[in-house]
Design a protein around this ligand. Structure first.
Ligand SMILES: [Zn+2]
Length: 387
């Protein structure tokens, strides 16, 4: 099997016997993105319709695999809740929140060429954001060391005042903000969705209390709703200079690329920062089968990501981490990739990958990691984390 993880994962249970809290609120399924051609408006050339790629099926199937699959005994389901508007306003402009609500109330429609709001979508969006907050509250109150918000639509493209890439409200940013409010001095956000976490970057760009790391395919800016490039030059500004780390990876990159990013970029950043909370933007659209990604991660790669999050959490945050669902659009494979992430997170035996055959791709990785390492060595000499 070509897709094996280079570094052997050490199997060991979490320090605590508490299971993972899996927050889910069925209201998020009512965000109706309608029918589309993949993610764009219907084309009359087709008489038979398909659901928009960011539809409810992907999350329903993820819920299924966690409820019925091999990790079911380790997952404790917990409720979500509706976020209040003053909570959303912690990371979004009040005018923008009102605009989203009014657009949904007036019947909704396309917000960008790929992002659609349904007539009844406002409460589902509040449930998505509120479920991320509920997961944060579980961890911050000590009820469980780790919590996962299984929710939709994703949030990491949602900027302070701009919807983008299916996203309206940024759940991971709300979770990071909640950790700060609960007293965590320094928060580390790890985003392994295959797309640039431009919304989270935008929200925390000038802050030195939340350091965001986004690993993604090197897709660059994609229009008015996504002017950020995701490239190495975007490092933060003002007090936040040095607190935004992009890790753009070559097209075709797979397990080795993502795990090297954890070992060679994130591990030194975590050591430098000393985070008091870890928040993860967990997508599965870096998988080899995703219609929205051009990366080749498979189950062993996602397992390795989960294992590395647990290792970082044990080293820096008393084993605590808050994870929020982002992309992952192949309803066949994304649920398996989430299962692998959670098995890695919990130190359980890895379920065999039923679909793995895409070879790992190493081209361009040595050069990219050398470039990141060299830039960071220079940058870290001029900035220091807050105490
Ligand atoms: Zn994505």
């Amino acid at each position: 099997m070509p897709n094996t993880v280079a570094a052997a994962e050490e199997l060991r249970p979490m320090k605590t016997a508490e299971p993972l809290a899996l927050h889910f609120d069925a209201r998020v399924l009512d965000h109706d993105t309608g029918t589309a051609v993949h993610e764009t408006a219907e084309n009359p050339w087709f008489a038979a319709h398909e659901p928009h790629t960011e539809g409810r099926l992907r999350i329903e199937r993820m819920h299924d695999v966690l409820e019925r699959g091999p990790a079911a005994d380790a997952v404790r389901f917990a409720p979500g809740r509706l976020a209040e508007e003053d909570e959303l306003a912690r990371v979004h402009d009040a005018d923008y929140i009102r605009e989203v609500r009014r657009f949904a109330e007036s019947g909704g429609g396309w917000v960008t060429a790929t992002t659609r709001l349904g007539a009844g979508s406002y409460d589902p969006l509040r449930a998505a954001a509120g479920t991320a907050l509920a997961a944060a509250e579980t961890v911050l109150s000590g009820a469980a060391p780790m919590a996962y918000a299984l929710t939709r639509p994703p949030g990491h493209h949602a900027q302070r005042a701009q919807a983008d890439g299916y996203c309206f409200f940024n759940g991971a940013a709300l979770a990071a903000d909640a950790a700060r409010r609960a007293g965590a001095a320094r928060v580390l956000v790890l985003d392994w969705d295959v797309h640039h976490g431009n919304g989270t970057q935008d929200i925390f760009f000038e802050r030195d209390d939340v350091l965001t790391v986004s690993m993604h395919m090197d897709h660059g800016a994609w229009g008015a709703s996504h002017p950020q490039t995701g490239r190495l030059e975007e490092r933060g500004a003002g007090a936040g200079l040095g607190f935004n780390q992009n890790v753009p990876l070559p097209l075709g990159a797979g397990n080795t690329a993502y795990l090297r990013a954890f070992d060679e970029v994130i591990a030194p950043i975590a050591q430098w920062l000393g985070p008091e909370m870890i928040v993860c933007a967990s997508g599965q659209d870096a998988s080899a089968y995703d219609p929205n990604g051009r990366h080749n991660v498979s189950m062993p790669g996602f397992y390795g990501i989960g294992a590395r999050v647990r290792a970082l959490a044990e080293q820096y945050t008393d084993g605590r981490a808050i994870l929020v669902q982002e992309g992952g659009y192949n309803p066949s494979y994304a649920p398996y990739c989430l299962l692998a992430t959670i098995e890695g997170l919990l130190g359980r035996a890895a379920t065999a990958d039923p679909l793995a055959y895409v070879p790992d791709q190493l081209l361009g990785l040595d050069e990219r990691f050398a470039e990141i390492s060299e830039r960071n060595r220079a940058a870290r000499e001029v900035s220091a984390p807050r105490t």
